[in-house]
Design a protein around this ligand. Structure first.
Ligand SMILES: [Zn+2]
Length: 253
């Protein structure tokens, strides 16, 4: 990584945009899929069902119906099935470009175009959660996109705790090219100890995943370890609700 990008990334992380002190009463987890390869539903769906887990799918409309770089992406039937099963549909821009290189007008057009695509097929759904394509963001793009959604998720490998900037939610990747179970286990223990919010992201799920995907066995292992720590997994929007509002009387009853 060049020095410009390093400086940009540090400045972006440190710029407060939507910072809250977490009111979550205990550690929580979220599982997310970027780009929505078809197998994130067809293969991962039954695994999540076994653990009673609902995830967040960050959809970029451009991928609908495509097969690109050996990855078969979702189609309309997959999109409808995921939403009907109670998973959250989030936004990942429409074209999946680099936010730091895209002007604000185009970024807004991107999220409006993606919302129109989602609502054409899912009805008038709320789109509360965003993930930066490639984790790429700048102070300008963070200010814009972090202000447009309840949360915006990056790819910085860290547990969220204490003061959390919802415009830059940190997330731990589950990826085939570098599988790090020790780091995942340590992060879960840390989240549990500090009452933090641990989020994971991956892409395709299969026996021979691409570099940025995960095998079914490893995904099941992660869900088992989360459950082992007594940490509840919930979609991003529900986690944000708990972080911002704490546990309401009704929920606590
Ligand atoms: Zn992506």
């Amino acid at each position: 990584m060049g020095i410009y990008r390093k400086v940009n990334n540090v400045l972006t992380r440190r710029l407060p945009v939507n910072t809250v002190r977490s009111r979550a009463p205990r550690a929580i987890a979220s599982l997310t899929y970027d780009d929505f390869p078809k197998s994130a539903w067809t293969v991962a769906g039954p695994i999540m069902d076994r653990f009673g887990v609902k995830a967040t799918y960050y959809v970029a409309g451009r991928f609908c119906g495509l097969t690109e770089d050996n990855i078969e992406y979702f189609d309309i039937a997959d999109l409808r099935a995921v939403a009907a099963a109670g998973h959250e549909i989030g936004c990942h821009s429409f074209s999946h470009g680099f936010a730091s290189k895209t002007d604000n007008g185009t970024l807004l057009h991107e999220i409006e175009r993606n919302a129109a695509f989602l609502r054409e097929h899912l009805g008038d759904i709320a789109i509360d959660s965003y993930a930066y394509p490639y984790g790429d963001v700048s102070p300008r793009a963070k200010t814009l996109l972090g202000g447009a959604f309840q949360s915006a998720r990056g790819i910085y490998r860290k547990v969220n705790a204490g003061m959390i900037d919802l415009a830059m939610v940190h997330s731990i990747v589950l990826e085939h090219r570098r599988w790090r179970p020790d780091e995942i286990e340590a992060s879960l223990a840390h989240a549990k100890a500090v009452g933090g919010w641990i989020t994971f992201f991956t892409h395709d799920v299969g026996d021979a995943p691409e570099d940025f995907g995960v095998t079914p066995e490893r995904l099941a292992w992660v869900l088992e370890r989360i459950a082992h720590h007594g940490i509840e997994t919930m979609p991003m929007r529900d986690a944000v609700d708990l972080i911002v509002n704490g546990e309401t009387q009704a929920e606590a009853a």
